[in-house]
Design a binder for this molecule. Structure first.
Ligand code: HEC
Length: 117
């Protein structure tokens, strides 16, 4: 009886932890999408079409972002932090080095981009 009760408690705790970490991940993805789309934050949409969204006008300097779910998280992070490591003549700004996005903000954008098929 005692064992059954503690098992129940353990299951409840694990259940709570998994559902709350799902919620935290969803929140991170939402924050990343916000940064991606917002002028004055990432404003990535100015150069990158994604998920059928793009800005009309001269933008589109960068490639349409797709299949990023297949990239390792670290590779996406590094690209945003400093694009020149993979492409020395990139016109993409170095959001990390320039201090435009914090470590946490870049991680949020990475979480969002990992959802891009
Ligand atoms: C001024 C235009 C510009 C902005 C703003 C910009 N990028 Fe880029 N980005 C580019 C260009 C051009 C490339 C392709 C050349 C290269 O790989 O460096 C690129 C490449 C990328 C790649 C690699 C894509 C691939 O398929 O190889 C990723 C990922 C990326 N950008 C993410 C972002 C994110 C996230 C933001 C916003 C925080 C952003 N970019 C903002 C121009 C831009």
């Amino acid at each position: 009886m005692k064992l059954a009760k503690s098992l129940l408690i353990v299951t409840a705790i694990i259940g709570f932890m998994t559902s709350s970490s799902f919620a935290a991940e969803a929140e991170l993805v939402r924050e990343g999408e916000q940064i991606f789309m917002t002028k004055g934050a990432g404003n990535c949409l100015a150069c990158h079409a994604v998920n059928g969204k793009e800005i009309d006008g001269p933008g589109s300097l960068g490639p349409k972002l797709q299949y990023l779910s297949a990239w390792p998280e670290q590779a996406i992070y590094d690209k945003i932090y400093n694009p020149y490591t993979t492409n020395p003549i990139s016109v993409m700004p170095a959001f990390g080095i320039n201090g435009w996005l914090s470590d946490g903000e870049i991680k949020a954008v990475v979480a969002y981009l990992k959802t891009i098929k």
